[in-house]
Design a protein. Structure first.
Length: 392
């Protein structure tokens, strides 16, 4: 018990927490500046070279922590353009500055305006342009390079994101189905940083699953680790809700919630943060089915999920979601005994592949509609031209 209390105090004590979990960063501010243009050469009309650009390039194995440690000043400047001269009337372009960043980066300006995102290895983004070289139009004077502060936010890219309150068993599940090794213990907030695991199948198919910090009521208001969790869930293709069949109570100061109430509260938190999250395909894993009376509670939960509106009165009015989630599959499991784990892995794969087929069909249908619209516009234009009177 003393050891558990020490670990729990480590979770709650901010100063200690930062020491233990300081290796993970999911946001970083950087100063970037494009190179200045080169001077023109008035006597011979020479043009100065363009300044170099600053680029972000997504690379596997890079983390924001490594980036910060390697460049503690967090300043990146491209080279200046070459001056025009008798030997080279057109100055050389300045050297570009390439900054290696993690995959899954969302880049915004310091005032919150979106610049772009890098979702796969090799993606590139120019974040600061070089200045133009001096020429006749500018009285042969160059311009300065673009300079600004940008913010990098890491949002995990995964096939499936685990959604649940603390201690639902998410870390235990990820440990069983993949090679990830998250911390597992008998106290809330075990997961303080995201873990990404790969589910391996016999035919070598892989599906990525993200174990994210547990939500608490009020996460949409950034309570607990609210926004740190919710921003990562945006980049997952599907959601895997996970609840304890016995219910959940964060502390003695918080009300006890049944499994059904837990599902609705999780739904409400996602809805209040960003309603679009509820459009993602979702599965529900009901954990700890090895506990006493779990079968009876399972039957009760299934009745409630089939007719959720009949039971929403159990929740405070402000906690009732506008829409309830229709789960594709609801599965009973026990991460402790392994019961139902193989079935869950199979249904996760089935759901992911069904969605991939649907997205592929939607893509081809959209492409066909664009082609039809282009053909139709071309036909109309041809028809109008035929009706115009011919010049004599």
């Amino acid at each position: 018990q003393r050891a558990v209390r020490r670990k729990y105090s480590m979770v709650c004590g901010t100063r200690i927490l930062l020491r233990k979990y300081g290796n993970f960063m999911d946001n970083l501010r950087l100063y970037v500046k494009g190179g200045a243009g080169g001077m023109g050469f008035p006597r011979l009309g020479g043009q100065g070279g363009k300044g170099g650009d600053v680029w972000f390039v997504a690379k596997d194995g890079v983390t924001l922590k490594k980036l910060k440690d390697k460049y503690p000043q967090k300043r990146f400047t491209a080279g200046p353009g070459g001056n025009s001269s008798v030997r080279a009337l057109k100055g050389e372009k300045g050297q570009d500055c390439e900054v290696l960043v993690p995959v899954g980066i969302f880049v915004t300006s310091d005032d919150g305006k979106k610049i772009g995102e890098l979702n796969k290895i090799g993606d590139r983004m120019r974040v600061a342009g070089g200045g133009h070289g001096g020429n006749y139009m500018t009285d042969f004077l160059p311009s300065k390079g673009q300079s600004r502060t940008v913010r990098l936010d890491l949002k995990l890219v995964a096939d499936v994101g685990l959604v649940g309150f603390p201690n639902a068993g998410k870390s235990s599940l990820l440990n069983i189905v993949s090679h990830a090794k998250p911390e597992i213990a008998e106290y809330p907030f075990t997961t303080l940083r995201p873990y990404l695991g790969k589910v391996m199948y016999a035919d070598h198919r892989q599906i990525s699953i993200a174990d994210l910090p547990g939500l608490i009521e009020g996460a949409h208001l950034n309570k607990g680790m609210g926004h740190q969790f919710l921003k990562h869930i945006e980049r997952t293709k599907q959601l895997l809700f996970m609840v304890d069949i016995s219910g959940f109570q964060l502390s003695v100061k918080n009300p006890f919630r049944t499994a059904f109430e837990t599902v609705q509260l999780l739904t409400k938190e996602l809805e209040l943060y960003k309603e679009e999250l509820l459009k993602k395909p979702a599965l529900l894993a009901v954990n700890k089915m090895d506990l006493p009376n779990s079968e009876r509670k399972w039957e009760e939960l299934m009745v409630q999920l089939e007719n959720p509106k009949d039971f929403l009165h159990l929740l405070p009015e402000k906690m009732i979601p506008e829409k309830t989630i229709q789960f594709k599959y609801v599965l009973p499991i026990s991460a402790a005994t392994g019961k139902g784990i193989e079935e869950l892995k199979n249904y996760i794969r089935k759901s992911v592949e069904e969605q991939a087929d649907f997205d592929d069909k939607e893509f081809h249908q959209a492409k066909l509609r664009r082609l039809q619209a282009t053909a139709s516009d071309s036909w109309i234009e041809k028809f109008v031209l035929q009706q115009m009177p011919k010049e004599t």
